[in-house]
Structure formats: structure tokens, C-alpha cells
Write a protein that binds this ligand. Structure first.
Ligand code: ZN
Length: 266
């Protein structure tokens, strides 16, 4: 069965090849004549109109260039000069569809401008707020006033969920802009080298929104590039402090998110 199919297929290919050959022969024989002009040898059945159409040149221009009479009479074997087609003004390239999403410029700049020392950061750790609503400002106040952290907001970045901050909005904490240690992990040693990102929401109750996940991915990728980190450096809070916490919640898509991170090009 296979062999027969194969034979049929080859026979069909051969027919196509012959047909293509005939087609090529049938086309008049253009001869390049300098960059500007082509010489075309008229075939039986050609008209100034058909040749003009083929080369994108108006019949009047062809007639004038070749001194044809008013009837545009041509005969087989005649050599026609075909002027180069006037180059149409370059069309504006079709507007590229915007990339699916990009980091807001302010975030991009904050990541680039921060004075990141080589080797300063060893990991990026993802948290949830465990609350339904929240903003970088309310968290900052809480960390300052209740948790008595002098540098306030314990995270370097906060991503909103539409309740307080915009859904997927990214707030930049001063711990990032000033390159301060985090305050989001169990020990000072861990906080020294870990960038903290907190997503507003309680992901034990419901998973993060698609917009928040997109922002998280873009942010993490930009930070990986900026700090020369590989995907293995990206962890959830739970993966770092296994016994202390379930953060960022059972419904945070840890595996799929971590797997989706690009391995850096070497
Ligand atoms: Zn956490």
C-alpha cells in the first residue's frame, strides 16, 4: 500500500515538473538589458496589453518606448523594450501587531536604572499578600508601623489585583530603587540576596488573574536579565521557607509558571 502511494506520488510529481517546464517555456523570453530595461521577445498571442500587465507597465508607455503605431500592433518575434517598472513609493511597513504585552516604561526604567551590583541578587522570590485587597502603600504602612521595619515595604515589587491597585499594575518599592535587602523571608541571610515580589490576593482562595500573571512573568524575566539570574533562581516563598509558609497559596500555578521562564541564551 505504502509503495503504491509512493509510486503515485512520484508520478504526480513528474507530471507537475513537466507542466512547470512547459509553463516556463510558454512565458515570453525576457532578456535583461541593463538595470532599467528588459528586452522581451513577443510570442504569438501576446498583446501590448498582456505584456504590459505582466510587467506592470502601461500599454501607452510600452508603445511610446518601442515606437509602436496607434493600434499598438506587435508581431511574434519582435523585440520589445520594457522599461523598469516605476518603483512605487515604499509602503509604510504594516504596523506590527503590538507584542502581546510589555512592561510599562516606568518599570522598565526603574529596573535598568537601579544601581545593581554584580552578584547582588541570587534569587527572586514570589509571595502573595494573603489578602483580597491591597496596595504597595498599605503594605508599606503595615510593615513600618506594625512590623516595625524601618525600610517599610518588605518587598521590592508589588503587583496589584484590581482591588486597591490596578489588575496587573506593578509598584516599585524603595528596596529596589535603593537596592536594599528584602524583608520578606525568614532570615536576614536570606533577605540579603533575595528580591521579593508580592502579588496582591489570596491564592489559597482563588488563583491570580491572568493580568497579574503576565505582569509577574514580564517582571521576573526583566529582573532575571538585569541581575543575570537563571530560572532556577526563581522560587516561591514556600520553596524557600518550606516549613514556615504556604505562600503564595495553593492555587498559585508554581510549576507552570517556573517552567515557562526562558533559559538565558549563552
Ligand atoms: Zn510570602
Amino acid at each position: 500500500m505504502d509503495r503504491r502511494l509512493n509510486r503515485d506520488y512520484r508520478a504526480r510529481l513528474a507530471i507537475i515538473r513537466v507542466a512547470l517546464g512547459l509553463l516556463l517555456c510558454a512565458v515570453g523570453a525576457p532578456i535583461a538589458a541593463g538595470a532599467a530595461e528588459t528586452i522581451y521577445i513577443v510570442k504569438r498571442g501576446d498583446s501590448v496589453y498582456s505584456i504590459g500587465r505582466r510587467y506592470g507597465v502601461s500599454p501607452a508607455v510600452l508603445a511610446e518606448r518601442n515606437g509602436l503605431n496607434r493600434n499598438f500592433y506587435i508581431s511574434a518575434g519582435q523585440r520589445l523594450r520594457i522599461p523598469a517598472r516605476r518603483v512605487a513609493p515604499a509602503k509604510k511597513p504594516a504596523a506590527k501587531p503590538p507584542p502581546p504585552s510589555v512592561l510599562p516604561r516606568a518599570v522598565r526604567e526603574a529596573i535598568d536604572k537601579a544601581p545593581v551590583r554584580a552578584g547582588r541578587w541570587k534569587s527572586i522570590v514570589i509571595h502573595h499578600s494573603g489578602t483580597d485587597t491591597g496596595t504597595a502603600r498599605t503594605m508599606d504602612r503595615y510593615h513600618r508601623e506594625v512590623r516595625r521595619m524601618e525600610n517599610g515595604l518588605a518587598y521590592h515589587f508589588v503587583i496589584g489585583n484590581g482591588n486597591g491597585m490596578g489588575d496587573g499594575a506593578i509598584a516599585i518599592g524603595q528596596r529596589w530603587t535603593r537596592q536594599l535587602d528584602g524583608g520578606h523571608l525568614a532570615s536576614a541571610a536570606q533577605n540579603k540576596t533575595a528580591i521579593g515580589i508580592c502579588l496582591v490576593g489570596n491564592f489559597d482562595k482563588r488563583p491570580p488573574s491572568p493580568k497579574a500573571m503576565t505582569s509577574l512573568r514580564l517582571l521576573v524575566e526583566a529582573l532575571m536579565t538585569r541581575c543575570r539570574l537563571t530560572p532556577t533562581a526563581v522560587k516561591t516563598h514556600q520553596q524557600v521557607n518550606v516549613r514556615h509558609t504556604r505562600c503564595p497559596g495553593a492555587r498559585f500555578p508554581t510549576q507552570s509558571f517556573l517552567k515557562s521562564l526562558p533559559t538565558p541564551k549563552r
